[in-house]
Design a protein around this ligand. Structure first.
Ligand code: FAD
Length: 411
């Protein structure tokens, strides 16, 4: 059974990309994610674990460069290609989709500077890396700052009484970092570098921030225990501690003057990718439900022959289609516009993660008792989808941020 695509912009190249990413993701990533789901977080991050094996295989295929343009050695996918890529990986495993997206965070930010020397030094070696030894992550959330770190554009962001906990202080030609990022940093336990959102000027509140790439292998950095959590357990997460960690001036890419704009732009990018990933999560729950309904007999007929089951399947299908349409349109807009507009990306993230959770919930119902059992992947997809409502900004706060922007634009 293969899920149809009615997008008339799809070319032969897109179809080939879709098929190859789908085959690899379903044959390698889905079974691995189910196995990793049953392991302890410590086992997941162990050297030579199944997680590392899958990441190495993705690097060999160049998946770590899916967000990067061809000029710096990336796959050079167009917006529709990037959507197809993240939908397919997300369909097999939300956790691996997030892992491979954050793996590119450092090189992605470095490429944004347009600085040829830095690109040659940091981005090209990353795109050429095939053994997953060069691995980035995004560290913004802190023990005392989760949602508010993402509340760009609200009055809260300029409140001088509230500032990020990780402080960067300039000493000669380098920055010294102190403080902690929370246990939610995706791939924190395995990453070799991180894009860290810090505070430079506390008097400006959250807006007085900076964005830098930090080498996590230096003595001034330590890591916490990998986090034990409900969903996306194949995705390792954990704290980062900075104790006089050093960042060369050239790696402090953005400072107070551009911090708020760049944080909004990062949120817009991350949320647009999340829309694609969770379209895949919703589709996986729908596809499994349809398959199950064609196989299981109840009340003297197959589940799919009951009218109420057909109605339920159609509701799921409708939500997948709506999620796909919106998230494709938004990702295309985000990747082709000069000035990112975060309200569209937020709309995509909130809609697609809500849809994924609703479809996974309906799917669990359709599976009956089996929906609760580890015998089928649906219970894991349900837990993965639940995490999506909080990941990359909890949906209720993102809605406040988006609503605040809409009102401000009219004032
Ligand atoms: C699977 C997963 C992956 C993640 N990956 C990363 C990552 O790679 N890097 C990273 O840095 N972070 C990451 N995060 C962290 C994520 O972005 C935060 O969890 C999220 O921003 C929410 O922050 P919090 O958990 O501190 O919740 P809080 O900020 O404590 O919010 C909890 C709840 O309190 C309420 N609330 C909070 N503030 C307000 C307000 N002002 N007004 C009204 N109600 C409010 C809301 O209901 C909110 O949902 C990840 C999270 C998950 C679940």
């Amino acid at each position: 059974m293969s899920y149809n695509d009615i997008d008339t912009n799809i070319t032969n190249d897109h179809n080939m990309l879709k098929q190859s990413v789908r085959d690899f993701s379903m044959e390698v990533l889905r079974p691995a994610a189910l196995e990793l789901d049953q392991m302890s977080p410590e086992q997941v991050v162990e050297k030579n674990s199944l997680f590392h094996d899958c990441m190495r295989k993705m690097y060999e295929l160049g998946y770590h460069t899916a967000m990067l343009p061809a000029e710096v050695g990336g796959l050079g996918l167009d917006p529709l290609g990037q959507h197809i890529f993240f939908e397919e990986v997300g369909c097999a495993s939300a956790g691996f989709a997030v892992a491979i997206a954050v793996a590119a965070f450092g090189p992605f930010f470095t490429a944004l500077t347009g600085n040829a020397e830095l690109i040659g030094k940091y981005v090209i070696p990353f795109t050429e890396c095939k053994d997953a030894s060069n691995f980035s992550c995004w560290a913004i959330t802190e023990p005392n700052h989760g949602s508010d770190n993402l509340a760009v554009g609200t009055s809260h962001f300029q409140n001088p009484d509230i500032a990020q906990q990780v402080r960067a202080v300039k000493k000669n030609d380098q920055w010294i970092l102190n403080g902690q990022k929370s246990a939610w940093v995706s791939c924190g336990p395995v990453a070799t570098n991180a894009v860290v959102f810090v505070n430079i000027d506390p008097l400006m509140g959250m807006a007085g921030g900076g964005i830098c790439v930090v080498d996590l292998t230096q003595p001034g950095v330590s890591k916490g225990k990998p986090l034990d959590k409900i969903g996306q357990r194949e995705l390792p997460q954990g704290e980062l501690y900075f104790d006089d960690a050093v960042v060369p001036e050239e790696m402090m890419f953005f400072k107070q003057d551009s911090y708020e704009i760049m944080t909004g732009s990062t949120l817009a990018h991350a949320n647009a990718i999340m829309g694609a990933i969770f379209t895949g999560v919703a589709r996986s729950a729908y596809e499994l439900s349809l398959q199950h309904s064609l196989e299981r007999c109840q009340g003297g007929k197959l589940l799919c022959q009951h009218q109420s089951v057909q109605k339920s399947l159609f509701g799921m299908f409708r939500k997948v289609e709506a999620a796909r349409s919106l998230s494709r349109k938004v990702l295309n807009f985000h990747l082709t516009t000069a000035i990112p507009d975060k309200k569209y990306s937020i709309a995509s993230k909130v809609t697609c993660t809500n849809s994924a959770f609703e479809v996974a919930n309906d799917a669990s119902q359709l599976f009956g008792g089996y929906g609760l059992s580890k015998e089928y992947p649906i219970e894991k997809i349900f837990r993965d989808a639940r995490a999506g409502l909080i990941e990359d900004g909890s949906n209720d706060i993102l809605e406040i941020v988006g609503g605040n922007q809409i009102v401000k634009e009219e004032e």
